[in-house]
Design a protein around this ligand. Structure first.
Ligand code: KIV
Length: 273
């Protein structure tokens, strides 16, 4: 096993930036209930995301759009009860960040449910206003760029983002803008590896990739995907079944964490060119 935080003390928001300065990769996994949260914590995962992906992998919807703030608060409370060490991040669900005031009200619910940070998708003007508003109210924020699943209707599907020169430039500008607005962390989803590596080099805050290649400061996967559970959707290229390597649920999580920390995951077979 690779070491995580010094002394394995609980993670804090400033410790994320320190990990990046120290060149330690961050390992993040989604989780939706207390039982799995205990196992995630025991496996030494650094950050836990209560993602609105729960709409698809737990509730059985075809997208994340039906997920509500009440759903997110319920699952955040469940997960918080199972964690003692990992940093808990919770998603602001669809349109919960439509105005800065709505974003703050939803964030208060999620922080009071046990989250230490909220995540929101996109970098349009009102999203940047929401990030600025949250950050000025001492709410730690994780931005999320690239494939933003809450935009699925406009995007027309779950596709790799930033392949064309214009789109790549916009993504680079957006990454700087969310950090400038006050984001503490940035998730990059389904972005070509070279672009994600270049964004990471220029980013003032740590980046966490999912389908964004090995050049990010950390990685995140959806729990159900890395345990090889059938989702009813086509398995994306970046997903790896770690249960096959790990032999048990905790073993799978440890194998994932080791693979990220040692730089073996993601490899080219699980990344986009
Ligand atoms: O909702 C989620 O699980 C996410 C991850 C895919 C990053 O946003």
């Amino acid at each position: 096993m690779y070491t995580t935080t010094p002394g394995d003390t609980p993670w804090t928001v400033p410790a994320l930036a320190q990990a990046r300065r120290d060149g330690r990769k961050l390992v993040m996994l989604t989780c939706y209930d207390a039982g799995f949260a205990r196992t995630v914590d025991a496996a030494g995962i650094d950050l836990v995301l209560v993602g609105d992906s729960l709409g698809m992998v737990v509730q059985g919807h075809h997208s994340t759009l039906p997920v509500t703030v009440a759903d997110m608060a319920y699952h955040t409370r469940c997960v918080a009860r199972g964690l003692s060490r990992a940093l808990l991040v919770a998603d602001l669900p669809y349109q919960a960040d439509a105005t800065p005031q709505a974003a703050l009200a939803a964030s208060i619910e999620l922080l009071q449910a046990g989250a230490a940070m909220v995540k929101l998708e996109g970098a349009s003007a009102h999203k940047l206003d929401a990030i600025r508003h949250l950050s000025s109210r001492e709410v730690p924020v994780c931005a999320h760029l690239g494939l933003t699943p809450q935009s699925v209707l406009r995007l027309g599907g779950y596709k790799v983002q930033g392949r064309e020169a214009d789109a790549a430039r916009r993504l680079k500008d957006d990454a700087l803008a969310v950090a400038d607005a006050g984001a503490d962390l940035l998730v990059l989803e389904c972005v070509p590896s070279d672009l994600a590596a270049s964004i990471t080099r220029d980013s003032p805050v740590p980046t966490i990739g999912i389908g964004a290649g090995p050049g990010c400061d950390g990685q995140v996967l959806v729990l159900h995907d890395m345990l090889g559970l059938r989702s009813g959707h086509r398995r994306p290229k970046f997903v790896k079944d770690f249960l096959a390597d790990g032999g048990s649920v905790q073993g799978a999580m440890e194998a994932y964490a080791d693979a990220v920390r040692s730089g073996h995951f993601p490899d080219a077979a699980h990344s986009y060119a």
